[in-house]
Design a protein around this ligand. Structure first.
Ligand code: SAM
Length: 257
């Protein structure tokens, strides 16, 4: 029997990667989670990389081209996929792709933030809640929406923009949940001590510049608590593509205070 050495090596490498998988029974592994929370809360711990020609600035051609403000180097999770041959039904490393399992509710917040999302059940620390779903747009397409005065609820998928050198414009992507999305587009912002954190997740994606973005809990959350994440907004940045709002997050770390 002929053995395809390359595919065997690929499978071995995948098995090794999965052996250090980050999710166990739907919970994010504690050391990985703690490291991500600590980076999200303390900008000093974030590794930021600079683009030579930042796509966010390039989209604003005609205006002065400013230098890159930096992109956070984000560590993510690899889930099993078609090619790893793990046997889909028994595999414990397919959490995010399994979709929403928790009972969640969209509700009208009593404190002026509009609609919000809350949990109807207790969520242990490290639980997967939902994925951020939206239209996949290139950065010029996103910028055009902002020029057209259209409100966007976007997240920039910039985790790997810098590591591969100069990228084709078509690989600078974001997700916009305003026109099409799922319940994640109702998640409101909370500065620094939000109860959710976003983690890049790779599975079945043809290119690592497009990845899934999944929300996990940063602590135990009681039933009926509002779910929040830190949009990472700099409220003093006039160039931001995010429409500014008066932050009502109520956190003692509020950046708008
Ligand atoms: C992704 S949407 C969240 C859902 C939104 N509340 C709604 O009713 O559709 C983001 C918008 O919600 C509002 N929002 C989110 N977090 C807020 C906060 N901490 N304070 C005030 N408004 C907030 C802002 O209007 C923001 O542009």
């Amino acid at each position: 029997m002929m053995i395809d050495v390359a595919s065997l090596a690929l499978r071995m490498a995948w098995i090794l990667a999965v052996a250090t998988a980050y999710t166990i029974d739907g919970l994010l592994r504690n050391d990985f989670l703690e490291a991500r929370i600590s980076e999200a809360r303390d900008p000093q711990k974030q590794v930021r990389e600079l683009c030579v020609e930042c796509p966010l600035n390039k989209a604003k051609k005609g205006e002065r081209l400013e230098s890159c403000k930096g992109h956070i180097k984000r560590r993510g999770i690899k889930e099993c996929w078609t090619k790893c041959g793990c046997g889909k039904s028994k595999c414990g490393n397919r959490v995010v792709q399994g979709g929403i399992h928790k009972r969640l509710e969209v509700f009208f917040t009593p404190n002026g933030k509009g609609w919000g999302l809350r949990t109807l059940e207790r969520l242990p620390q490290g639980s997967f809640v939902c994925e951020y779903i939206g239209e996949i747009l290139t950065i010029p397409e996103l910028y055009q929406r902002s020029l057209d005065n259209e409100l966007t609820y976007h997240v920039i998928l910039d985790a790997h923009w810098v590591s591969n050198g100069r990228l084709d414009d078509k690989k600078h992507l974001c997700l916009d949940g305003k026109r099409y999305g799922n319940i994640s587009r109702f998640l409101n912002h909370r500065c620094r001590d939000a109860n959710l954190i976003e983690i890049p997740v790779h599975f079945e994606t043809p290119d690592r510049h497009y990845y899934h973005l999944a929300f996990f809990t940063t602590r135990d959350i009681k039933a009926m608590e509002e779910l929040t994440w830190d949009y990472g907004i700099d409220f003093n940045d006039d160039d931001s593509l995010m429409k500014p709002f008066d932050c009502l997050c109520g956190s003692s770390f509020c950046r708008k205070l």
